[in-house]
Design a protein around this ligand. Sequence first.
Ligand SMILES: *Cc1c(COP(=O)(O)O)cnc(C)c1O
Length: 399
Amino acid sequence: MATQFLEMPDQNGYFGEYGGQVIPPELKAIMDEINDSYDKVRQTEEFQAQLQGLYTDYVGRPSPIYFAKRLTELQGGARIFLKREDLNHTGAHKINHCLGEALLAKHMGKTKVLAETGAGQHGVALATACALVGIECEIHMGEIDIKKEHPNVTKMKILGCKLVPVTRGTKTLKDAVDSAFEEYVKDPINFFYAIGSVVGPHPFPRMVRDFQTIVGTEAREQFQGKEGRLPDYAMACVGGGSNAIGLFTAFLGDEEVQLIGVEPAGKGLDTADHAATLTLGSKGALHGFECYNLQDEEGQPLPVYSIASGLDYPGVGPQHCYLKDIERVQYKTIDDKECLDAFMKLSRLEGIIPALESAHAVAYAMKLAQELSADKAILINLSGRGDKDADFVAEYLSL
Ligand SMILES: *Cc1c(COP(=O)(O)O)cnc(C)c1O
């Protein structure tokens, strides 16, 4: 059953009715070439050995699984375990796919890797991977975000990437996407657009997923080694969905393991300020692929919001849309307040400051644990650390 899921998407990049390539024919040819190169390159021992070597010696994999004893005791009920992606070099799961993408670009003989970034997390992970692999990197970022995310901007500069400030429109992520894309289409034969999650046109949802499956593959084996069985629940936060699919893939064939994706309810599902795409969205096309969308009546993406900037995206990875429809994964929501509560509890009970994104999964696990008996186990993908959020939270809570 697990292999059946791994064989997805189909040749045209569809997971059921989601995914595909909703792009002009010229770009479709380029995407197909990336898909073919990826298929060839990833089979080679050289590529496998290179990527595995970097995961081990550079990222610090395998990341441990940690039993959160004090958090479990506070909640009462099911035991809570954390897959510690926060301990990776650069502090989150994103390095797993950025290394894969940078290596692939290098193997394909591309001259420049391009991307947009919002809060700067994807930008820093990609700039890191490009510095390591030795390929030029150009990141487009809205001027407002540049002012807000100073530490990440500084890191990108130190890492040697070219940072392009975007001054048009809202001067935030949406315009940064447009700006980076315009640069990309100037020379898509020599440039490589590195997408930051399991979104965008085929083959990106598949490629980024494949690079992230290391998380679940390790976690499944580690959990079995520790506990002699599988967890009852595995859960992760969902923005575009890369850390979640990375954890879920290894468990898809294990029917006894319930999978839960956690979306941001922001200021409430009854307000406009959330990004609960799978919970409240409808089907449509966005950024070159079909998925659930938060869109207006004309099909334009709605402004979305979350206290965790890595989760505020109006679409979601096509495989998640499919897994929702066939009911293999359940998607739930956590609001800003619950997220902040989990952020503080994990910090003060375990000495682990989580990313605000990851704190959404922690918050849902805390709620669920209370309803379950002590013989049950919940495994959370702790996708990143909260250094980037510490100042914001301290100010927000007047600490
Ligand atoms: C970017 C980010 C996310 C959201 O991205 P996904 O593709 O949904 O995983 C989650 N957690 C952290 C720490 C991030 O940096």
